[in-house]
Design a protein around this ligand. Sequence first.
Ligand SMILES: *Cc1c(COP(=O)(O)O)cnc(C)c1O
Length: 334
Amino acid sequence: MSVIDLRSDTVTQPTAGMREAMLRAEVGDDVYGEDPTVKRLERHLASRLGFAEGLFVPTGTMSNLLGLMAHCERGDEYIVGQEAHTYKYEGGGAAVLGSIQPQPLAVEADGTLDLVRVAAAIKPDDFHFARTRLLALENTMQSKVLPLTYLAAARQLTREHGLALHLDGARLYNAAVKLGVEAREITQHFDSVSVCLSKGLGAPIGSVLCGSAELIGKARRLRKMVGGGMRQAGILAAAGLYALQHQVERLAEDHANAALLAEGLCELGYRVEPVQTNMVYVQLGPQAPALKGFLAERGVKVTAAERLRLVTHLDVSSADTRKVIEAFAAFRLH
Ligand SMILES: *Cc1c(COP(=O)(O)O)cnc(C)c1O
């Protein structure tokens, strides 16, 4: 029985074309700056997003960490969403490894941070306080797309207060495809952006941090420090390049499947939150573990969360989506 895995878009298998690109990749020692494929990936994404340079790293967690550490010194502070990945899901790395204090703020229903509250959280220049240096946003934020007008306003606010602006763009391309714009329409507002190649884009490993030459120079030094200097990493970079060249537009299919799934579950009477991109959130309550077991027997893999997150990706077809709806229907009746 083939399994439909809806736990995350990180579970994708490399496609045949991607494996072929990996097999053929020209490689060298990237710590010596000699891997042509890594360099190609870094240049490709940086120029596509409107930045001077890019830096290939193994994970999005490292990419965000290096971004925060390159912007902020010890004793500095970054403003971030209470539910943001860079605050909540990265082991406190910015604080532990960078001595950077987070100032978390509640995330609004649309995935933004209220800019009035952001402004109020910026600390005055006073030796009692940490120095507020950076605002970190996330887009998509739990699958919600931040409006372009909001990004422009965030840019203006950070400029007025002398803050840097970082984007955790793990799913930047989901946002761009949903808005129907080039990704640089989004990234133009930021000083640095972290993009995951291993989420919906379907690469097995890798993220890229983009920014100015100075910022990426600092991040490159920090990458070595945290053990992220890789050698013949072109094999992995080739997968990322392939993803950026062939697997961006198809994200629209994931969004369509998520919409189909939401509609189907809604018709069955499940409490489904509005869907924007590739995630469907269902309010299940205490039946979550029973549902997980029931679906597993029918080849559908989900977590047991009471607020269940179902994620569509390149290994979930529209036929699979219909099968999932049928399995949920059977659970209603059993
Ligand atoms: C997945 C993810 C990251 C990075 O995660 P890694 O597993 O370290 O690659 C960062 N931000 C968001 C929003 C993510 O979903």
